[in-house]
Each structure stands twice: as C-alpha cells, then as structure tokens.
Design a binder for this molecule. Structure first.
Ligand code: GDP
Ligand code: MG
Length: 307
C-alpha cells in the first residue's frame, strides 16, 4: 500500500439561494454547522467548516456563502458582497446547482446558474459542479443531457451528481476536490470552524425563528447572544431577537407568548445537540426600526452581532 501525500486547501461553496449549499456543507462535515430552512436567504455570513480525513490525509476548508442571486434589497446587497469576497483566495470553487431546475425555453441549464459558473471560472481556479437534489430526479437518465450541456458549455474540472440531503455520492466529490488541492496541512487536527460557539448558538436560534414565523418576518430578524455561561451542569444562554418592525414583535411572541415559547424550545434542543449538554435558554425580543434597510446596521447585525 502506498502512502499518499497530505493535501489541504480552501474551497468556496457558491450557488443560487436554496440549491442546498448549507445542507451540503453539513453533510460533508457529518455535523450540523450551518443552519438550513426551506427559504432562500437563510445563510448570511460566510461560514468556514473544515473537513478532515486521515486516509488519504486531507483537509478541505469549505466556505459556505449566502446565495449569489442579484440582490433586490439592502440586506441582499450586504449578503452579496459577502459571497463575492469568498471567491478570492480559494484553491477551487464548488458551484452547487439544483438538478431539478431548468432554464427558460427548456434549456437544461438555468441562466442564473450559468452566470455563477462564469463568475467562478473568471477567478481562474478549478470549478467543480455539484448537481444536487438528485433524490428528486425519478428518472436518472434525465440527468445525462444536463451533464452533457454543462460539459459542452463550460470547462469544468468535474461534475458530480449527488444528494446533500441523503448524503449520497459525496465521496466522489471529496475525491475530485482533493485532486485539486496543494500538498500540505493547514489546520490542527480536530479544527472544525473559525466561528465561536456563541455564533453557532445565535444561528440555531435564528433557524428556529425562521421555521416558526411566516412571510416577511424571518428576513428581518437578527439574533444577539447576551449571555453564554457554562455552569458545571448546564449552559445558560440569553439571546435577543432583533426585529425591524413593531408589528413583527407581536408575531414573533405570538398570542400569550406561545410562539416564542416554541421557538425557544426547538432552539434549545438543537443547542443541546450542538453542545452535548443541558441548556437553559431565555429569549427576549427587541425592535430596531428598519435595520434591514440601513447598510451599516445590516452589516453589524448580520456579521458581528451574533458572535
Ligand atoms: N430533496 C432534497 N432537498 C434538499 C437537498 N439539499 C438541500 N435540500 C433542501 O433545500 C432547501 C434549501 O437548503 P439549504 O441548504 O438551506 O440551501 P442554501 O440556501 O443553498 O444554503 C432545504 O429545504 C433543504 O432541506 C437534497 O439533496 N435533496
Ligand atoms: Mg445556505
């Protein structure tokens, strides 16, 4: 048996909103790091998650990004800046597309996906395409014209059909990525993320909130951790939910505080899973008028506050 050289590098995960980038990151890491909902625009900051394997020795620093759709709002613009920045300084780019989606006029390639691949290729690093959600494609041969169209139109380093949700066909993707990384080691063993636990905790509260509220409310929500104290037996967490309209406060709290209670209890379960210990969680709700429309506030509340 020949020993293989260690390889390590950075890979940005980009793609349109809702194609499954965050789900794929979690599946690759075998751990929930990024929050996931069925709504576009869930991921707000670039999130580093390091995949590590011993044989062959590999470290892949994945950077999950907010979706790269053309932004329509101030908050959207702030998220777009964040995604664009992540493309610099990578060894390879992983573009994720939804294998079930087609473009206009039955084009097997959606124009918005094509644009993202072009942007990624312009960086000059290898681009690997993940065709995600193949679990939803009942007739697998339907994927063939799609794969043919992609390889005809772009010079991609590789294409991998997979299911992030079903953790299906992930190893071929990891093998392709490894092949494009430089030799070396970048992180200490067991290094998972650059984000403090407080940040992950705030994200889990936001995920629960997004899942329990409807329509426009979730996009106008930020979460700040006020207290994070590790006692001998429990971790005590206090968090403030920041909404941008007075009317949203009532929606989040719900009649008799019922909704906030459910948001808190779901978030607590996720937090206990993440921290592997008992958690007491206390939630507060605060109105900060129009924070999603003010670029400075939007930057502060999406990038820093949760940490
Ligand atoms: N059926 C199916 N759904 C998926 C798959 N990957 C992601 N999803 C769903 O797609 C939605 C968006 O996922 P998310 O990871 O938040 O997408 P992102 O916006 O690109 O980060 C969620 O409801 C996921 O459960 C997959 O492989 N198959
Ligand atoms: Mg995401």
């Amino acid at each position: 048996m020949s020993t293989q050289e260690p390889r390590a590098g950075r890979v940005a995960i980009v793609g349109r909103p809702n194609v499954g980038k965050s789900t794929l990151l979690n599946a690759l890491l075998g751990q929930k790091l990024a929050i996931v909902t069925d709504r576009p625009g869930t991921t707000r900051t670039c999130l580093l998650g390091v995949y590590a394997s011993e044989s062959p020795p590999t470290q892949i620093a994945f950077v999950d990004t907010p979706g790269m759709e053309r932004p329509r709002s101030v908050l959207g613009r702030v998220l777009h800046e964040e995604a664009q920045g992540s493309l610099e300084d990578v060894d390879a780019t992983l573009v994720v597309v939804d294998a079930t989606r087609r473009g206009a006029g039955n084009d097997p390639i959606h124009a918005a996906d094509a644009q993202i691949v072009e942007q990624a290729l312009a960086v000059g690093k290898p681009v690997i395409l993940a065709l995600n959600k193949v679990d939803l494609v009942k007739q697998k041969p339907e994927l063939l014209p799609k794969l043919a169209a992609w390889s005809e139109r772009f010079s991609l380093a590789a294409m991998v059909p997979l299911s992030a949700l079903g953790s299906d066909n992930l190893q071929p993707l990891l093998d392709e990525l490894r092949a494009h990384l430089p030799e070396g080691v970048l992180y200490p063993p067991d290094f998972l993320t650059d984000r403090p636990t407080r940040f992950l905790a705030a994200e889990l509260v936001r995920e629960s909130l997004m899942r329990h509220t409807r329509e426009e409310v979730p996009y106008a929500v930020a979460v700040q951790i006020e207290r994070f104290a590790e006692d001998t037996k429990v971790t005590r967490i206090e968090a403030t939910v920041v909404v941008d309209k007075r009317s949203h406060k009532g929606i989040v709290i719900g009649a008799g505080g019922e909704r906030l209670k459910r948001i808190g209890s779901d978030a607590r379960k996720e937090l206990e899973e993440l921290l592997q210990r008992k958690v007491f969680l206390k939630l507060f709700v605060k109105v900060e008028e129009d924070w999603t429309r003010d670029p400075n506030k939007a930057r502060r509340l999406t990038r820093e506050s949760s940490g």
